[in-house]
Design a protein around this ligand. Structure first.
Ligand code: C2E
Ligand code: MG
Ligand code: MG
Length: 712
């Protein structure tokens, strides 16, 4: 489809950005962000705890080793001092509560002294040096295999093995338990001071309740802090998920149908159309407009109306396939994305949904206007489907709505396809919208007058003021091209004011110039009739220009009579009270009007031009027209026949006492200067004029022939 106007593009772009912002906001709320945070935090907690426990154990073992090394050094010192022999030394050790087994070896490994039993495990030894321990040699005890000596110069306790319940080799001991103490024996060798000897003292890593409590407090404390964080994290995550669901619900749910809304449709639809898979499908963005939904609500109730919208949504949804989606987009509109094989298939798909919708309620036949914007498959040079990456479903829906709008005159169901002509129309609507204010300001709108003549006397009896737009840019524009647009965009009330003011001004000027003025009728749009002070507004406008009220007539179109009847009667009465005549325009066009005639105290009945067009089999039109005139007479109304072009019609109308004729037979709408001439002449006998012209022509011919003969 070709581009629309700049203004429209800007408007669409603005809308698009707004929607994107909303979607971005929504995405920020994604719960999976919280979920990833949760996983990360869990890992951090796990790693921290493992590291903490490992560090804790190393710290405890280290501190035990340090303690044991100072004991070993003390024993070595005692041994070095030699004091008073081995027994004395052992007593000393007893007194110091250091009853340890020990072995003293010389530099060649010969045993010099021994207390207790040498239970060193010779195959598992380590020369261990740390800043706190100094240099020591560590042996595993044959009963203490859970002291792990690693080649990487570290000593550890195999706690896992300690608490493991697996059976051990014969003679193996897990640990020695004494008064709630956990003891892992090992041997620690230190140099005997002032000698080459080494003393190996049976030591142990023993853990008492205090150690366990210390470890439990540190690990438990940290774990508690982490757990707190963990709980906060989980609460936040749960809240995030709930929030996300709430936002999703709010953002994507239509309050009336409790189902998908426009935002969802736009996001999902664009995804479907622009996906790689979607490239090979023909799509159609459609608008289903519930015709006369307001009337449905008035006839039933607003609640019933909303229930009906929900039912409509359900019917449409039930008739869609996987790739097709639907949403209640606004008021009585539904956005529907359809996929189709070919145009017949699309048409029958829509018709099938339409027929189900029409039959939704037994007691009330529904009608829908369907606007369709097709998005067929696009192929590249090699015949492969091209992805629609720049899909703009909003624009397509806008086009579909514009197509549906084309059916607005009808109350029946129908389908309208968006095409280039509509683009042109839309462009023109925008042009009118953009230029209307300036056109009024620059007096580009001009009042043309179409005289009304009495068919019996050929005398000027009145005129109708008809607007023309003489635009420096678009040339001469007839009202049919802009009045309906003004009626839709509301500018019509301004135009009506403009026309009434100008007509009153002209009439006043002509009166002052001595013209014999006749009443001029002005069209007042039905949109204007909702204002309850309309009669006063008109009176004031005419008074401001100083024109007599009886020289201004107000024309109302018949369709206006279908709005608020009582308000209308009040306004008509007020207008008449102020001295204005009121006429019913286009009587007989479209609607049944006899009721309006019955209720409205009107002065003039204008018979629609359609009475004088087309087929008139068996003189039926004449019967209707003559009866309409008779009816009007009985109701004390004058009659005006519009659109009369033939002499026969004029004669017929004169015969049947039609008061005035407004038609090309007498005159087309004309600028004020020309109308002034008509006023000066006062009457126009078209036939006499024609006869005079014919006579003049004939005379010219005879004169010409005589002159020719003379020359010859
Ligand atoms: P309308 O009020 O029914 O005006 C009569 C229309 O019939 C005029 O068309 C007039 O030019 C045309 N007409 C009159 N005699 C003949 C004839 O013998 N043959 C043919 N073919 N046409 C004839 P126009 O001026 O194009 O206006 C069309 C409609 O636009 C008007 O219908 C009226 O509804 C609306 N309109 C025109 N001016 C105004 C205005 O100032 N305000 C409002 N609200 N509506 C206006
Ligand atoms: Mg009119
Ligand atoms: Mg008319």
């Amino acid at each position: 489809m070709s581009e629309l106007t700049e203004k429209q593009k800007k408007k669409n772009e603005k809308k698009r950005l707004k929607n994107e912002k909303t979607l971005r906001k929504m995405k920020k709320n994604r719960w999976w962000g919280g979920f990833i945070g949760f996983i990360l935090f869990s890992s951090v907690i796990a790693i921290t705890l493992v590291v903490l426990i490992a560090w804790m154990l190393t710290y405890v073992v280290e501190s035990k080793l340090v303690k044991e090394s100072s004991n070993a050094r003390l024993i070595a010192q005692l041994y070095s001092d030699k004091m008073s022999g081995k027994d004395e030394m052992d007593r000393m050790l007893d007194a110091l509560e250091l009853q340890r087994d020990y072995i003293v070896l010389d530099k060649n490994g010969n045993q010099l002294e021994v207390k207790g039993t040498d239970t060193r495990n010779g195959s598992n030894t380590l020369n261990y040096t740390t800043s706190q321990l100094g240099s020591v040699v560590i042996y595993q005890d044959i009963h203490g295999q859970f002291l792990k000596i690693d080649n990487d110069n570290s000593v550890d306790i195999d706690f896992k093995g300690l608490f493991d319940k697996k059976p051990l080799a014969a003679g193996g001991k897990r640990y020695i338990e004494e008064e709630d103490r956990l003891i892992v024996p090992f041997w620690m060798g230190v140099e005997v001071p002032d000698s080459d000897n080494m003393i190996f003292v049976k030591s142990s890593v023993d853990m008492d309740e205090g150690d366990v409590i210390f470890m439990a407090i540190v690990i438990g404390g940290v774990a508690l802090i982490l757990l707190g964080g963990y709980v906060i994290m989980i609460i936040n995550l749960v809240r995030g998920i709930a929030n996300h669901r709430r936002v999703n619900t709010m953002l994507f749910t239509d309050p009336v149908t409790k189902n998908t809304n426009w935002t969802w449709f736009k996001a999902k639809g664009e995804q479907l159309i622009s996906s790689r898979k979607g490239a090979s499908y023909n799509f159609a963005v459609t608008d289903f407009d519930f015709v006369k939904y307001r009337n449905f609500c008035i006839a039933h109730s607003v609640e019933e109306g909303e229930r009906a919208l929900k039912d409509v949504f359900d019917v449409i949804s039930a008739n869609l396939s996987d790739k097709e989606i639907c949403a209640h987009s606004a008021n009585a509109h539904f956005a529907v994305l359809l996929s189709y094989v070919n145009e017949e298939n699309l048409d029958s798909k829509i018709r099938s949904i339409l027929s189900k919708l029409e039959k939704l309620y037994v007691e009330h036949k529904l009608a829908f206007h369907v606007g369709v914007a097709k998005k067929g498959v696009k192929l590249d040079d090699r015949g492969r489907a091209i992805r629609r990456i720049d899909a703009d479903i909003e624009q397509d829906y806008f086009n579909a709505c514009a197509a549906a709008e084309e059916l607005s005159e009808s109350d029946d169901s129908g389908i309208s396809y968006f095409d280039e002509l509509l683009v042109e129309q839309q462009k023109w609507i925008d042009t009118v919208n953009d230029n209307q204010e300036a056109a009024v300001k620059n007096e580009e709108f001009q009042v043309y007058y179409q005289p009304k003549y009495d068919p019996k006397t050929n005398k000027l009896a009145g005129a109708e003021a008809l607007i023309r737009w003489i635009s420096p840019e678009y040339g001469f524009v007839s009202p049919g091209k802009f009045i309906p647009i003004f009626e839709k965009n509301g500018f019509i009330t301004e135009i009506d004011h403009y026309m009434i003011t100008h007509v009153a001004r002209d009439q006043k000027r002509w009166l002052d110039q001595g013209y014999k003025c006749v009443p001029v009728s002005v069209n007042v749009s039905r949109a204007h009739f909702v204002e309850d002070d309309l009669a006063e507004q008109i009176r004031d406008m005419v008074d401001r220009e100083g024109a007599p009220h009886d020289l201004v007539e107000i024309e109302l179109t018949e369709s206006a009579f279908f709005d608020d009847k009582n308000a209308m009667i009040t306004t008509i009465n007020k207008l008449k009270e102020y001295g204005f005549s009121v006429s019913m325009d286009d009587f007989g066009a479209g609607y049944s009007s006899l009721n309006s005639l019955k209720d409205m105290p009107l002065d003039v009945l204008k018979l629609d031009a359609e009475f004088f067009r087309g087929e008139n089999e068996g003189g039926r039109a004449q019967i209707v027209v003559s009866e309409a005139i008779r009816l009007a007479k009985q109701l004390n109304m004058r009659t005006v026949a519009e659109g009369v072009e033939d002499r026969e019609q004029v004669e017929f109308l004169a015969e049947h006492d039609c008061d005035m004729i407004q038609g090309y037979y007498y005159a087309k709408p004309m600028p004020p200067a020309e109308y002034e001439e008509r006023m000066r002449a006062g009457f126009k006998d078209v036939e006499a004029e024609k006869a005079a012209i014919a006579e003049k022509k004939a005379e010219n011919k005879t004169e010409g022939a005589a002159a020719q003969t003379a020359t010859n």
